[in-house]
Design a binder for this molecule. Sequence first.
Ligand SMILES: CC(C)(COP(=O)(O)OP(=O)(O)OC[C@H]1O[C@@H](n2cnc3c(N)ncnc32)[C@H](O)[C@@H]1OP(=O)(O)O)[C@@H](O)C(=O)NCCC(=O)NCCS
Length: 170
Amino acid sequence: MDFSRITLRPYRSTDVDDLLSWASDDRVIRSIHFTKLTSKEDALTFIDKSTIPWRRSICIDDRSIGIMVARPGSGDDRCRAEIGYALAVEYWGQGITPKAVKMAIPLILEEFPEIVRLQALSDAENKASHRVLEKAGFIKEGMFRKYFYFKGEIKDVVLYSFLSTDPIPS
Ligand SMILES: CC(C)(COP(=O)(O)OP(=O)(O)OC[C@H]1O[C@@H](n2cnc3c(N)ncnc32)[C@H](O)[C@@H]1OP(=O)(O)O)[C@@H](O)C(=O)NCCC(=O)NCCS
């Protein structure tokens, strides 16, 4: 993979079919807090009316193949933001998401100057996601046992963090 082909950009209405192709795929959305999109109309609404504070499309050659989000905290939690990501199945295993996370880190820190900590809570069984975070320079801080309900099941989750002073791996 030539990583120079990867970009992060805002969604456009012309991404609707590409968005729908992974956002309706159970293999992608089974691990994320995301309501399955089942129609073009759903996908367009998702593109046009997002309430997520920071959201970019992960693109290859400008084609939308996944999503990167950040949710900054407020009040006493305003020093941190939680990140999340997903990628269309046909692009898995090429190191695209770790690269996209490394690209997102400075963008998020620049846009939200109060944030000194990025974190990700990942299902303890989602080893691919753990690897993404490790390759992007995140540190594993520990596991929360039986932490929340996820799609009807109580999950153990692993917490990873990246501080604004941490080096982004090359
Ligand atoms: C997690 C996810 C974003 C990984 O993205 P990616 O771009 O494939 O990441 P990588 O290429 O670095 O691969 C990460 C790990 O996935 C595993 N992997 C590789 N190819 C794979 C494939 N074809 N299918 C499944 N997993 C694969 C490997 O364990 C790899 O780790 P390694 O590099 O140490 O071998 C992607 O699998 C995905 O979108 N999953 C569903 C959504 C999700 O779980 N999001 C995270 C929520 S916290």
